[in-house]
Design a protein around this ligand. Structure first.
Ligand code: WT7
Length: 654
């Protein structure tokens, strides 16, 4: 991994000079779930802090004996305890009289809707779990899920949790190859999928990708297919079952299986600095506690709130803050299948008005896209129900923060800018609404019980006002427990760089008041529209094409998506550069990884700038991509290379 010290961006410097602050509104503070004393309580004894909440908030079939066993880098939380996640997310609410409360208002992109109460959810989850059992799925067996944003997706996840079968959800935008890679890494026995879904007014097929993937996944014995679009699909005899056949005919009684606290709940694959995605391992009790407690405290969730996390369940944001955290808190949530601009750019604001949404959680990339369309769209709608706004996935620039506050939050709703990762499972750095004075663009402070720091290259804490690497210095309940099948890579990726500390891969700065400012990734990972994509993964996909000899990929600053993918491509000797080939190569990347990884810019180059030891100098490529004056070129092996690239520049843009 190449780690270059990060320098704070100019916006942040300017903002610090401007130093605008937003203290909590006293009326909000008076009714807030979280109070300032949480910080002191957690600092006194962080294990006792979490243990108390684990006893209060979760329903256990068997109480735990030990709060934490910590043998770096392996943590075990709530050892000796047993519980079931689906019982905690569904059954217990019904037992307490909330059977008729809405769990999800689902809105399909074409305009069809479905409402699921907690009682409906219990019935559907139980039937789906029984269908899995009929297919031979047992506790510990892995199940892959590849679906659009339809109610069957959270139902499928909870059905797995109900019988102790870990799931791996693969985002519906990933390709067949990405799907088969993940299935093979975890050895899934069954795949739950759909014929397709809707996106931007079009049907997007999934089953044909699933079929292609299943051609090379020997462990998969069966598939269940939801009929979402009604489009004709090929069903393989003896392997494929329609959801409306196999699930519908099951009994709606399926007793939840208690599992140990550290039983695997799911694997979720994420990009790292190599081409092979990492199966991030999350377990049961600590994860459920971490997600549900942060959800209630950070979003100030009350029993009658209508909460909308507008992410896709295929990413960790959806796992933690659409499914597990909110359902454990018996929250009413919105699930929307489609795009924000379909049929028009006010689709979200229409939904907020129609359902009186009170809490909205989304990504800066969405906020910037709305900003670009202008405030006339939100102004057409009554957004007065909104009382808390959240942001996640990438640094939010102060302009977008202020626009969000003004035009969506009516200058009234507090904004929580929440920093976390697939690996951390739960939010770790965030304001507490009603407690924290916010600064636009800062995620502010570590959540109670979390020990975060900014360190220099030697792991020494950087004094206030300085920048460096973000680290975490003690375990937290929802932390990853490892990388599936690769304990060494787990240690090397996260725990080796700074002994005794978890290294998140992000640069950060702390200002004079101790506020944390996240500065983006310091490794070769891009953040495109709030999703991590590794440069190496895109490079491998390009080199996989027969015309390509070598490729280098960098993230280019982008007004909307944060970063856009910029590919430099060297063709094989017998190939001629052309616009048609550029299109083909982009499509090839989309085919191999998924449309999210399709390079926005692609430039054919005769050579790449390298150090004398042959390492590609990405820093220079980033300078070229962003049209900047070149940085230090003294370590460049052949200085004419960059000049040649610059002379021929004019990258083909998508
Ligand atoms: C990376 C994790 C966690 C859910 C979504 C992304 C960046 C995330 C923030 C924030 C600045 C942020 C970091 C992090 N990131 N939230 N509030 N401010 N940066 O999950 O795909 O695992 O990506 O997203 O760079 O390392 P992920």
């Amino acid at each position: 991994m190449s780690v270059e010290p990060s320098s704070p961006s100019p916006e942040i410097e300017n903002l610090l000079a401007e130093s605008r602050t937003f203290p909590p509104d006293p009326t909000f503070a008076a009714q807030a779930n979280a109070k300032a004393d949480l910080y002191e309580e957690a600092e006194r004894d962080f294990e006792a802090f979490w243990a108390k909440r684990a006893r209060e908030r979760l329903d256990w079939s068997k109480p735990f004996e030990t709060t934490l066993e910590w043998e770096l880098p392996f943590a075990k939380w709530f050892v000796g305890g047993e519980l079931n996640v689906s019982y905690n997310c569904v059954d217990r609410h019904i037992e307490r009289g909330l059977g008729d409360k809405v769990a999800y208002h689902w809105i399909g992109e074409p305009g069809d809707t479905r409402t699921l109460t907690f009682r409906d959810l219990l019935r559907e989850v139980s039937k789906a779990a029984n269908a899995l059992k009929e297919l031979g799925v047992e506790k510990g067996d892995r199940v892959a899920i590849y679906m659009p944003m339809i109610p069957e997706l959270p139902i499928a996840m909870l059905a797995c949790a109900r019988i102790g079968a870990p799931h791996t959800v693969v985002f519906g935008g990933f390709s067949a190859e990405s799907l088969s890679g993940r299935i093979n890494d975890c050895g899934a026995k069954v795949l739950l999928t759909a014929d397709g879904g809707y996106r931007r007014g079009k049907e997007v097929g999934l089953k044909h990708h699933a079929d292609e993937a299943l051609a090379s996944t020997p462990t998969v014995e069966a598939a269940i297919v939801v009929n979402r679009t009604g489009h004709e699909v090929h069903m393989v005899d003896g392997r494929d079952h329609w959801w409306h056949d196999i699930v519908e005919r099951q009994s709606d009684d399926c007793p939840p299986v208690p599992v140990e606290s550290e039983h695997m709940l799911y694997l979720l694959y994420t990009s790292g600095t190599t081409a092979k995605p990492k199966g991030i391992l999350h377990t049961t009790a600590g994860y459920l506690l971490g997600t549900s407690f942060t959800h209630e405290a950070i979003f100030d969730v009350k029993p009658d709130d209508v909460y909308w996390c507008a992410a896709d369940i295929g990413w960790v944001t959806g796992h933690s803050y659409i499914v597990y955290g909110p359902l454990a808190n018996a929250t009413t949530g919105i699930l929307y299948e489609g795009a924000p601009d379909t049929p028009a750019w006010d689709r979200w604001w229409q939904i907020i008005e129609d359902y009186r949404v009170s809490i909205l959680y989304c990504a800066p990339t969405a906020i910037r896209a709305f900003m670009k369309q202008g405030e006339a769209w939100p102004r057409k709608h009554d957004l007065s129900s909104l009382r808390v706004l959240g942001s996640v996935g990438e640094p939010i620039n102060p302009e977008a923060w202020l626009w969000y506050r003004e035009h969506i939050g009516g200058g009234r709703a507090p904004i929580v800018d929440t920093w976390w990762q697939t690996e951390t499972g739960q939010i770790l750095i965030t304001p507490l609404p009603g407690v924290t004075t916010t600064k636009p663009g800062s995620a502010t402070f570590p959540f109670p019980g979390i020990d975060a720091d900014v360190v220099d290259g030697d792991g020494n804490s950087v004094p206030r006002g300085g920048g460096g690497y973000l680290v975490l210095k003690r375990p937290w309940p929802a932390m990853l427990r490892g990388i599936h099948g690769d304990p060494e890579r787990y240690f090397e990726t996260y725990w080796k760089r700074f002994p005794g500390m978890y290294f998140a891969g992000d640069g950060a700065k702390r200002d004079e008041d101790g506020y944390f400012w996240l500065l983006g990734r310091v490794d070769d990972v891009m953040n495109v529209a709030g999703h991590r994509i590794s440069t190496t993964e895109v490079e491998s996909a390009l080199v996989d094409h027969r015309s390509v000899a070598e490729a280098a990929v960098v993230g280019k600053k982008d007004d909307i998506s944060g970063q856009a993918i910029f590919a430099f491509v060297i063709l094989r000797a017998d190939q001629e550069p052309s616009d048609a080939l550029a299109v083909q190569l982009r499509e090839h990347v989309a085919y191999v990884i998924g449309p999210i990884a399709r390079p926005k810019f692609l430039m054919f180059v005769p050579d790449l700038p390298k150090t004398r030891s042959g390492k590609i100098m990405r820093r220079l490529l980033r300078d070229i991509a962003e049209g900047r004056v070149l940085g230090d070129t003294t370590t460049l092996a052949d200085t004419t290379v960059v000049d040649t690239i610059r002379e021929n520049s004019g990258a083909a843009e998508e």
